[in-house]
Design a protein around this ligand. Sequence first.
Ligand code: NAP
Ligand code: MG
Length: 402
Amino acid sequence: MEKIKMTTPLVEMDGDEMTRVLWKMIKEELLLPYIDLNTEYYDLGLNNRNATDDKVTVDSANATLKYGVAVKCATITPNAARMEEYKLKEMWKSPNGTIRSILDGTVFRAPILVKGIVPYVKNWTKPITIARHAYGDVYKNTEIKVPGPGKAELTYTAADGTQIRETIHDFDGAGIIQGIHNTEKSITSFARACFSYAVDTKQDLWFSTKDTISKKYDHTFKDIFQEIYDKEYKEKFEKLGIEYFYTLIDDAVARVIRSEGGFIWACKNYDGDVMSDMVATAYGDLSMMTSVLVSPDGVYEYEAAHGTVQRHYYKYLKGEETSTNSIATIFAWTGALRKRGELDGNALLSEFADKLEKACVKTVEDGKMTKSLSLISTCKNPVILNSLDFIRAIRGTFESLY
Ligand code: NAP
Ligand code: MG
């Protein structure tokens, strides 16, 4: 078979630990034999981030803006222990945070469904994609522990010195206060990313806040979404037969549980944090969650939702056998290749991505899986494979199918 050609490079962001090991295996076993892989490679492994003063992360994000599509391996977010372990010059920021702020993007997370791994919510037969607003609110708060009686006020001073002032509370004893904010710009980008992704994936979009209680803050989110929908997306949605639907967060929770899935649920920052873990757990586990960062002007960065699987990596370093699930990382590649194919009019590339995903799913459904999957699968006699043999089994399925 002739290898599939690529016209535009894909931005490839390599990463750390066990996922870096899987990255190489995936390329060698599942991609290079079939594709003339055209990537612009950035090594986001912690050693190279440290060596380049984290410039490599910024460069990789700018390359993503230039080419439009990236695939990223999981990376270490340094903490005190990592400073020591990698002898770091600085506690470099989370690469995902850096990339997200350069792309001004929203993260969409969706589970990969396979027969035999039954969601805790039995009626969820289709994936639920969570879109989390990744800026502001309680994540950029200012707090005061109020020591005793006194008046707490909210003050805004405009550039010309004029003020808006509101009383928060007249304290007659100790208490707490918190100030949070968001910006019209960020909410607008979030809304556009959600509507674009809904059109792109032809799924309904749900959005929920608590605007009945938060009549200015949350209501502004609701209004911005509605305005952008009416002006820019209503026609596109109607043409595709998809729906934009706003409801209160508590009503949304009830509806989500009763639903069959198959839609995007846009959440404010905190709601998205909580709901994405709930949804991921209910579908099975984190190793079967994909993640894509979408910018409001249609730039895509694909990755697995899980981290670098550190515990497995330490076993690997000791020469012990590992059984790490590579499916979410493979789906990061297929997501990026499919999108590259769509943008370049390269149908062969997009078809390859579809086929490789089918091969992953069929391999697990045929009973060949990694240890963690066997623990949540209803399959009676699963064959538990090590990391490399699992990838080779997927290759075997792919070759038998196509
Ligand atoms: P993690 O790498 O997601 O792993 C947590 C645990 O989940 C693992 O120990 C493993 O459980 C299980 N697991 C996750 N992915 C798996 C897979 N593909 N196959 C099998 N089991 C899997 O999270 P972490 O240990 O908290 O974080 C490790 C590093 O990843 C940290 O340095 C963190 O900064 C980084 N991180 C990066 C990203 C990213 O780049 N997007 C996201 C999250 C975390 P068992 O050990 O029980 O088998
Ligand atoms: Mg969380």
